[in-house]
Design a protein around this ligand. Structure first.
Ligand code: 3PG
Length: 306
């Protein structure tokens, strides 16, 4: 019997927690839940005993890993694992996994929710604009990007994608236009949806030079990570391009400046909520629980990222 801790500053729905607990207790594991904890010290205290940890965007840094003497596995219930210190985990022999694809639909739907909200002037009666017939660029064609492409086609948009790690044939098979390079993607599309992970290569890579290639009506949609944007370039875009709009599920550091000066052209969700649906909570939570069970019982390391 192992001890599993579900540590989520931003809790899963109660139904999802119940399902996760059911999966783990059916496999004879003990489950503890730490939700909405006030600071890192609460997490550090809670990780001392557990063998396994389920988290969301919770920060699992070296300090947490050092306190977690029995820890064997951390599963990030979600896609991005930039919140986990992989190097420290590897040094300590802790396996880190994510649950790719499990919350993608929720994130993709939010991208369109924000586009429609902005195009309809915040759901006010003044005349808005439609998505139909516009070009949508998908920057990074992973699980979320792919669903964004499908939904975009449903809206009647012409969809383009760029991803240096995905073959042309895979993108074209989805009826999506393959962009040869990132500059081509930005030059063609009025709407640009970001699905990049935050890595040393991608941080700050969406910069003024790239954004300024976008045609009239340039709208950047970010449901990925704020770090991929060069905020100096973002501000310059707002100042130099009166047509530019930015919608994000992860407020930038320069949020206040943007909201003060360009309120009509930006929108930020009050708190990151892309993956916050009943379905995504359940899918990602249950996947994390099952991965832990398989790892503890059979040593299965599918979805290991370190
Ligand atoms: C992810 O990486 O899976 C998404 O950004 C969702 O993150 P969250 O679990 O913190 O909502």
């Amino acid at each position: 019997m192992a001890k599993i801790l579900i540590a989520t500053v931003k809790p899963f729905s109660a139904e999802a927690v119940a399902e996760v607990k059911r999966v783990l207790s059916e496999a004879n594991h003990d489950v503890e839940v730490l939700e909405k904890y006030p600071d890192q010290s609460a997490l550090i205290n809670a990780v001392r005993d557990p063998d396994a940890l389920i988290i969301r965007s919770d920060i699992v840094d070296r300090q947490v890993l050092e306190a977690a003497k029995n820890l064997k596995i951390v599963v990030r219930a979600g896609a991005g694992y930039d919140n986990v210190d992989l190097e420290a985990a590897t040094e300590k022999g802790v396996v880190v996994m994510n649950t790719p694809g499990q919350n993608s639909n929720a994130v993709a739907e939010l991208a369109f929710g924000m586009m429609v909200y902005m195009n309809r002037n915040g759901f006010t009666p003044s005349a808005g604009i439609e998505l139909r017939g516009k070009k949508l660029g998908i920057h990074a064609y992973g699980y979320v990007g792919r669903i964004v492409g499908m939904i975009g086609k449903g809206f009647g948009m012409k969809v383009y994608a760029f991803d240096p790690f995905i073959d042309r044939i895979f993108i074209e098979n989805d009826g999506v236009v393959y962009a040869e390079n990132v500059r081509e993607l930005y030059s063609k599309c009025q709407y640009l949806s970001l699905h990049l992970p935050s890595t040393t290569e991608t941080r700050g890579s969406v910069n003024f030079d790239l954004l300024n290639l976008m045609p009239e009506g340039a709208t950047l949609v970010n449901t990925a990570r704020k770090e991929v944007i060069d905020e100096g370039g973002l501000l310059k875009m707002f100042r130099e391009r009166p047509d530019f709009r930015y919608l994000s599920d992860i407020a930038p550091d320069c949020k206040e400046e943007l909201e003060t000066n360009f309120r009509e052209r930006c929108f930020f969700t009050p708190k990151k909520m892309g993956a916050q649906t009943a379905e995504a909570n359940k899918n990602a939570g249950i996947a994390a629980a099952r991965q832990i069970v398989r790892f503890l019982e059979k040593g299965d390391t599918t979805f290991k990222v370190n």
